[in-house]
Design a protein around this ligand. Sequence first.
Ligand SMILES: [Cu+2]
Ligand SMILES: [Zn+2]
Length: 200
Amino acid sequence: MRALVLASNAKSTAPYSKRVWIGAALAVSLAGCASAPPPKPPPPAKTLPFQFARANLAPVSGTLVSGSLRLIAQADGVYLTGEIGGLGRGRTHAIHIHERGDCSAADGSSAGGHFNPAGVAHGRAGSGAHHAGDMDNLVANEAGVARVDMHVRGVTLGGGGPTDIIRRAIVVHAGPDDYSSQPAGNSGARIACGAIDPEF
Ligand SMILES: [Cu+2]
Ligand SMILES: [Zn+2]
């Protein structure tokens, strides 16, 4: 009878004991977090803000257009600098930030549409509604080289927010952007594409 009572008591207190044990384990693990050195596993790359990034543009659609752009984070946007070669002599070409850093398709279509986190219409940067990825046209010199020195407002390098352009793409087009046709300025085929990757 006594044994039965003890067993019964043990059974009835088991859930309470279990709660106490879990609570104690949690307290120990929290104390461990507080006193141990900061954990070292690298967080996902997209959650970090980056100072610099790079886009190496390679030909798509069978062209010989290529180039390398450096991207530099600034207080109100990102500065792009570099050169793109293999363009038509004296020709004007559209350049945009596209939504996916995937240049694997032969025609560059894998890069998707213009980077447009605000869901607004295509237009011209700095004048009215426009995609965050809209930029002014490039003009190639007589050697078919275009110098890029552009400030793109409203985008960021890393941080994972809606304006983050890491692992999106820079795309150059065969024709100029008319800054008004939807959804992409009637700028023609994609002739070079490069993903935007952080530079460490
Ligand atoms: Cu484009
Ligand atoms: Zn656009």
